[in-house]
Design a protein. Sequence first.
Length: 320
Amino acid sequence: MTTILMKTKYTVLFLLIATALASAVSSNNVIAADDHGKAEQHSDSHEDEHSEKKGHIEITQTDAKKAGIINAVANAGQIKKMITVYGRVVINPNAIRQISARFPGLITKLTVNVGDLVKAGANIAQVESSDSVQRYNIAAPITGVVTQRYANPGELANQQPLLTLENYDQLWVEYKIFPSQQQAIEKGQLVTVSSTFAKTLSNITHLMANKNQPFMTAIVALENDDGQWTPGQMLTGDVVTNQVDVSLVIDNRAFQEVEGKRVIFVTNKAGYETRELQLGQTDGQFTQVLSGLTAGDQYALINSYLLKADLGKAGASHAH
C-alpha cells in the first residue's frame, strides 16, 4: 500500500514538472515570435522610410537660393530648327572715313596718330590754303579710331587722304552659305552669333551671291558698343530656319543624370524630387515635354548639379 502511494506521488510530481516546462517553452516561443515580428516590422518600416525618401531632397527654398539654385517655371515654348554657319567680323563700310583737305595747301597741324580715338567734330588737322593763304581746320566727321596716317605737318595736301577713321560700334559678320544650305537661308532670319566667350542675337540683313565662288554671303549686323567684338574675329552663327510651337518645354540646362537616368529636380513641399520625363523634339537649348510635368511646375535650372550631389551623399549614407 505504501509503495502504491509513493508511486502515485512521484507520478503527480512528474506531471507537474512536465506541465511547467511545456508552459515555459510555449511562453518563450511566443516571446521569440513576437520579437521576430517586431524585427520584421522594424525592417519593413526602415525599408519604407528609405523608399519614401529615395529621389527626394529636403531643403527650404530659402536655403536653395542661398546655395545658388535658381528655379524655372515649365511653360509653353518653341522648338527651333537651326543651321550652323561660320564667318568673320568685318567693318561696316558706312563706318569708314578717309579724311582729306578741302582745298590744296600746306599741312600746318596734324594732331592725331594711329590708334588714337577721336570724337566726331574734334579738330584733328590744320591746312594753310595755297589760294587764300588762310588756315582752316579739319574736323573728324565721325567718332572712331585712327587706323591709317598718310601725311605729316609741312607736307602739301592735295586730293590724297590724310587719315583713315574707323568706327567699331556696329560691325558686320560675313557668313559663308554653301549650296546645301542656301534653300533654307533667307534675309531677316534670326541668328545667334557666338564666340567661345560671348553670344548675342541679330538678323540676316543682306544675302549676296559671290562671283566665281560656290557660296553666298549672309551679312549679320553686330552691335559692339561694349567693344567685345573685333574685326577679323571668327564667329559661329546659328540661323533659325523654322520654329514649332509646343505646349510644354524645359530648358536643357536642368537635366542631370542620376542612376543612368536623365532627370530633372521638381520642387515639392519639402524641397525637390527627381522626375523622369517623356521627351519629344529638341533644338539643343529647349526640349519638348510630352508627359511627366505640368505647366506651372517649378524645377531647378541653375546649379541643379548641387541637388544631384546631395542626393548621392544621401544614397551613400543609407547603404548598409
